[in-house]
Design a protein around this ligand. Structure first.
Ligand SMILES: Cc1cc2nc3c(=O)[nH]c(=O)nc-3n(C[C@H](O)[C@H](O)[C@H](O)COP(=O)(O)OP(=O)(O)OC[C@H]3O[C@@H](n4cnc5c(N)ncnc54)[C@H](O)[C@@H]3O)c2cc1C
Length: 407
């Protein structure tokens, strides 16, 4: 009897969005594809050009190796963890290196998770590592600077309308175009982002090389107890660190047109200094040394994940396009990497699309729901005052003791 081929054999797949999730899917599919069946043709439409400005991607993200996140494991399976780790800003789980921390106002450690495996890497570096891997696959074609916003499904064929008015067609479409997904707006117009109740003013600060002030030179995390103001910081490079001051709000802040004027940047920096006046140095130095091009206001937005209710439909949403979380989750890229790997696992072995999607949704949706709940918990903790703050600090101490006992 002839061996049964994966349903995706010989098909054409369009991926909208060459970010973490989209590239992870393409790389992972090549890695897991069985010998002897035709590898699909993959076309990636990416809105941005290959090279990006620092203001767009100049932040760092933590790729975690703990059981819940698994981004590092996904990179390892793709064969990219060594390259990514070599180019990381900081590595945890290694003696003497950095890790995720929670500090009090004077930068005393409330919780230190330096023993948990993981890396801190700039979004731009991770992107470059993944682009190089994707471009080394002959069947993967990336069309740069091409934003797609309209898709149609007719007789099982997906048609994508390109910005120049031409169309492209495929058997399967993977929407991986990020949190504000235009494809989600086109296919699921009622599935909108919601405001998660916090506003961030953030920026990246420049220092002479090797002089990013401790403890931000290697560690990243939250400062608690700012009287309703949260502070997150992380290293980005030997000469660069990211900061964000946040506060709770009932409404998102009005969107400011980019690029911000010098006056707008100065006003935002003054506001950040004022909101964070109870934080000790190096808070002030970090805000004052900000690169004006990186200063921005971010409304924390998110929405619940969804499963693919019609498993016959060949339009599939992964990463932030499906389950956007706010920066308070610190987990969106990890989930995007795992989504890419796991969808590719199903595509490489399932005999039908419904079979692949049912198995994929089972792990992706529950994982994303847990990350969403955890991000809301982080928002509450970062801005806690009074009794609530006392309770959070006590639980952090307990978590620290338990983590230390587990080694
Ligand atoms: C400040 C900040 C800090 C963060 N820190 C962390 C962290 O520590 N750990 C973590 O795991 N996550 C973190 N995240 C979240 C993480 O960056 C995202 O969750 C992750 O990048 C999602 O991957 P994605 O591929 O789904 O979307 P994206 O990485 O956003 O990729 C989407 C891609 O689609 C492209 N695109 C968009 N629209 C279109 C279109 N219409 N047509 C074609 N292409 C399009 C975009 O240019 C982009 O390349 C952070 C996010 C921010 C903003």
């Amino acid at each position: 009897m002839e061996p049964q081929l994966p349903f995706a054999a010989g098909k054409k797949i369009i991926i909208i969005g060459g970010g973490v999730a989209g590239l992870a899917f393409a790389i992972s599919l090549r890695k897991q594809w069985p010998d002897g069946s035709a590898f699909p043709e993959i076309v990636v439409y990416e809105r941005d050009n290959k090279e990006l400005s620092i203001g767009r991607e100049g932040y760092s993200i933590s790729i975690r190796g703990d059981a819940r996140s698994g981004g590092l494991q996904a990179l390892e399976k793709m064969g990219l963890s060594d390259t990514a780790t070599q180019q990381a800003v900081s590595q945890s789980g290694v003696d003497g290196s950095g890790g995720f921390m929670m500090w009090d106002l004077q930068w005393n450690t409330l919780l230190g998770l330096g023993n948990q495996p993981g890396i801190r890497i700039t979004r731009d570096t991770l992107r470059r590592v993944m682009i190089d891997a994707a471009l080394s696959i002959p069947e993967v074609h990336i069309r740069w600077g091409t934003a797609c916003s309209d898709v149609k499904l007719e007789d099982g064929i997906v048609t994508v309308v390109l910005p120049d008015g031409n169309v492209d067609q495929a058997d399967i479409l993977i929407a991986a175009d990020g949190a504000s997904s235009k494809i989600r707006v086109s296919v699921r117009p009622d599935d909108k982002l919601s405001f998660a109740g916090a506003v961030l003013i953030s920026g990246s600060s420049n220092f002479p090389s090797g002089q990013v002030p401790a403890p931000v030179d290697r560690n990243w995390g939250l400062v608690l107890g700012g009287g309703g103001t949260g502070f997150f910081t992380s290293p980005v490079a030997a000469s660069r660190a990211l900061w964000s001051v946040s506060y709770l709000s009932n409404e998102p802040r009005e969107k400011m047109k980019t690029p911000y004027s010098q006056e707008q940047v100065e006003t935002l920096l003054e506001e950040a200094l004022d909101r964070g006046r109870s934080f000790a140095e190096p808070f002030q130095s970090m805000v004052k040394n900000s690169d004006p091009a990186t200063v921005k206001v971010i409304n924390a937005m998110d929405k619940p994940p969804f499963s693919h209710a019609d498993p016959q439909s060949p339009i599939i949403f992964i990463g932030d396009a499906n389950h956007p979380v706010s920066p308070f989750a610190g987990n969106g890229a990890n989930m995007a990497l795992m989504d890419g790997w796991e969808l590719a696992t199903q595509f490489s072995k399932a005999k039908s699309l419904p079979e692949a999607l049912t198995a994929y949704d089972k792990s992706s949706v529950s994982r994303s729901q847990a990350a969403l709940s955890q991000s809301h918990w982080s928002i509450s903790m970062a801005h806690a005052t009074g009794v609530k703050l006392f309770l959070y600090r006590t639980s952090l101490k307990l978590i620290g003791i338990l983590t230390w006992l587990r080694g």
